[in-house]
Design a protein around this ligand. Structure first.
Ligand SMILES: O=c1ccn([C@@H]2O[C@H](COP(=O)(O)OP(=O)(O)O[C@H]3O[C@H](CO)[C@@H](O)[C@H](O)[C@H]3O)[C@@H](O)[C@H]2O)c(=O)[nH]1
Ligand SMILES: [Mn+2]
Length: 714
């Protein structure tokens, strides 16, 4: 077994120096706390400083779990003699105004075009927005697929999402490609016309669309299950069968709790169980396209060869992006979340679940490996064999029935079976609970990305998304299933610390806020809070700082990053601390107090051209007056003022010695704030920081200065 495993997974050499460094670094942390215990400044400042350093130390401790045994792995070629099992692909969409129907349809086409036996492949699209426009786009895609699929297969295309294919620079347009391109453009125009109109005109009003009547809204409507392509019945232009394509919009009632994406996925689990019940499931977001048609084949060995990975719950691919700019301004690649940490967990029990680009063992949704929890209706069980066509009347009735609001009432759905409810990061939470039950996972990072995804390109969209994640993470951190208590019991300390690194991640804002404001303000009023430059303790602080930053840089480079991207990455860590982390905590608290309800704010996937241009130039996109920009602007202002003030004192002949530590922190603050100064004063485009935000920040920065000055000696 060990040797089979060695074929596709490789322990990373960095684990040895990691362990040595962890020992040295932990001694330094002990030293730091010894100093905290023996020296005191003003009470409030010392309290905050100790809280900041405890948080840093706690997060450092968590992060060691990722470093103890990192393992890289790639897929294994599919053994010729094995018979591929059926595959159900789940694609979720939720809001046609933020998720263009045409993109959803293109994603579906990229999955339909997998090199996989069509009678074994089914694509289910869940539409929580219940949009007739999305359904229309999918119907068009189904027709276009009949020429697109044979074209892809004949030409052995790797990129089978037509939108990405025709948008890429290296397409050679021979006569056949031009013919397809024309069909594609025609289809695209029809879809775009409809979207511009906003409704389906009479010329297209076939039976399917009659349901969208006056009483049909996205928040209140009956279940819609529509078979758009049926394998065996629908034939492509080359005479081959098409895979199945099914549109599902689960029932919505205003008063029911729908559990956001987890609810949608559970509805798909049941609908697909009723219709095809494939043992393997792939979950995709609507903007995550396939970039390699052989992916399903390549991962099947993980599931079929039980000696390689017993109790395998899922195989996770990294989220790789297309359309990000050269220096990755917002650190959208999230190398730590999508590469470095998953490699770390891969050597333990397996990576966390990212919500997209994941192949599941269907059985994993029905209890632990050793004791299955069947659903109430045996027809939905993971081993049930579907004997009828997906268009069979009884099957369709069952599919409708299981996608109604009341179906889950008093059942195990969301608690013991299916995707788990209770957190806005249903992906993280579900993967975590599966690990706790004894399921394992594998991280698969092939040289050619298996999928390509998109990320928001405006700062507000970025921090709004991160804020939602933070609320979801805190929901897990403080639940009875917290990684530190429950998790530690079921998945071992190392895995528990990995999960706790994320769950408590929003608390980065405690040290980040401290280091963004306090050394600066105290420097302005001549109070020194760090050891003098000549004091040996100063070197301890420098070691802690440079050690953490240096190790981070090395890891970042080791997964294909460069220094510029790393600089942006550390900046985004600070930006998050002052925006999405802080506001995530506030939102979590207000949710707990019952002020304001939980909501899943779908990430915007439509951007105007001007914005795209600014993004490609590497400019930060502020533009709107988001309260999350206020602490950021405050930090930029305070750091600049402190920097100038400190510099003046230095010119006046005051020695640097006492203030060196504070000056270093301030310089880093200023260097990180450069794009903010630009966006405040130099820029006049639509992405600048609105004057209102600047004014509010000026007032609040002054207030903060006064308050800190008043309490600094208390
Ligand atoms: O009520 C909902 C809300 C969202 N979605 C879908 O969920 C997916 C992810 O939503 P998005 O707005 O793109 O959120 P992101 O934060 O970008 O998504 C990441 O984080 C989510 C957890 O917060 C995971 O579910 C995703 O897989 C992961 O890519 C999209 O396809 C949505 O259409 C639903 O189906 N129903
Ligand atoms: Mn997304």
């Amino acid at each position: 077994m060990e040797s089979r495993r060695a074929e596709w997974s490789r322990p990373l050499p960095r684990r040895i120096p990691n362990r040595v460094f962890a020992l040295v670094y932990s001694a330094a942390i002990l030293g730091l706390f010894y100093r905290h215990a023996t020296t005191h400044g003003g009470f409030f400042i010392s309290l905050w400083m100790v809280a900041a350093d405890i948080t840093l130390a706690f997060m450092w401790l968590n992060s060691q779990a990722f470093r103890i045994n990192p393992v890289a792995s790639h897929s294994h070629p599919f053994p010729e003699n094995l018979i591929p099992p059926a595959l159900d692909v789940f694609i979720c969409t939720a809001d046609a105004s933020k998720e263009p129907p045409f993109t959803v349809a293109a994603t579906a086409l990229s999955a339909l075009a997998y090199d996989y036996p069509p009678e074994k492949l089914s694509v289910y699209v869940s539409d929580d927005g219940a949009s007739e426009l999305t359904l229309f786009a999918l119907l068009e895609a189904a027709q276009f697929g009949k020429v697109w699929l044979p074209f892809c297969k004949e030409n052995r295309l790797m990129l089978r999402c037509p939108q990405a294919f025709f948008g890429s620079a290296n397409v050679t347009f021979d006569s056949q490609t031009l013919k397809i391109k024309k069909l594609y453009d025609d289809m695209k125009r029809r879809v775009e016309d409809i979207i511009e109109k906003g409704y389906i005109g009479d010329e297209y009003k076939t039976k399917v669309f009659r349901r969208w009547g006056k009483n049909f809204t996205s928040l209140d409507h009956p279940a819609v299950v529509e078979v758009l392509l049926q394998s065996g019945e629908d034939i492509d232009v080359a005479g081959c069968s098409m895979p199945n394509l099914v549109y599902v919009s689960r029932q919505k009632r205003r008063r029911s709790d729908h559990h956001f994406k987890a609810g949608a996925l559970n509805a798909l689990l049941r609908v697909s169980a009723a219709m095809t019940n494939a043992p393997i499931i792939l979950t995709l977001d609507c903007d995550m396209i396939s970039n390699d048609p052989s992916t399903p084949h390549k991962i099947m060995c993980y599931f079929l060869d039980k000696s390689v990975s017993p109790n395998l719950g899922y195989v996770q691919f990294p989220v790789q992006l297309h359309g990000i700019n050269k220096s990755d301004t917002y650190s959208s690649e999230m190398k730590r979340v999508y590469y470095i940490n998953p490699e770390g967990m891969n050597g333990l029990v397996g990576p966390d679940y990212f919500g997209t680009g994941t192949f599941f063992n269907r059985r994993a949704f029905y209890g632990s490996p050793s004791s299955m929890i069947g659903p109430r209706d045996p027809r939905l069980g993971p081993y049930h064999l579907v004997k009828n066509d997906i268009n069979d009347q009884a099957i369709l009735e069952l599919a409708h029935d299981v996608s109604t609001c009341d179906y889950e009432k008093d059942t195990n759905w969301g608690s013991k079976i299916g995707f788990r409810y209770g957190s806005l990061v249903e992906d993280y939470y579900t993967g975590y609970r599966l690990h706790c039950e004894g399921w394992k996972s594998v991280f698969c990072n092939p040289t050619r990305p298996a999928f390509l995804a998109e990320m928001p390109i405006s700062l507000n969209d970025v921090v709004t998304q991160l804020k939602r994640w933070n609320v979801g993470l805190l929901e897990v951190a403080f639940s009875k299933h917290s990684p530190l208590t429950f998790g530690r019991r079921y998945i071992g300390s190392f895995m528990a610390h990995c999960y706790s690194y994320y769950a408590f991640g929003p608390f980065w804002s405690i040290p980040i806020m401290f280091y963004a404001f306090i050394p600066q303000i105290t420097m302005l009023i001549n109070i020194s809070i760090f050891p003098k430059a000549s004091d040996p303790w100063f070197f301890l602080n420098m070691f802690l700082f440079l050690g953490a930053y240096g190790q981070d840089l090395i890891e970042f480079i080791s997964v294909g990053g460069n220094v510029r991207k790393w600089w942006n990455d550390q900046r985004m860590w600070l930006v998050r601390g002052l925006s999405s982390d802080l506001f995530g905590i506030l939102e979590y608290i207000s949710n707990q107090l019952g002020i304001g309800g939980r909501s899943f704010n779908v990430t915007n996937k439509v951007n105007d051209e001007e914005m795209r241009k600014r993004y490609d130039e590497g400019k930060f996109e502020f533009g709107i007056s988001s309260p999350m920009f206020v602490p950021l602007s405050m930090a930029a202002i305070i750091n600049l003022v402190a920097f100038l003030g400190g510099f003046l004192q230095f010119l006046k002949g005051r020695g640097l010695e006492e203030m060196l530590g504070q000056m270093i922190v301030t310089c880093i603050g200023v260097a990180n704030s450069l794009p903010l100064y630009e966006a405040m004063v130099l820029r006049s485009d639509g992405g600048r920081i609105p004057t209102k935000i600047i004014n509010i920040s000026l007032v609040l920065a002054s207030l903060l200065f006064l308050v800190i000055s008043a309490i600094v000696n208390l």
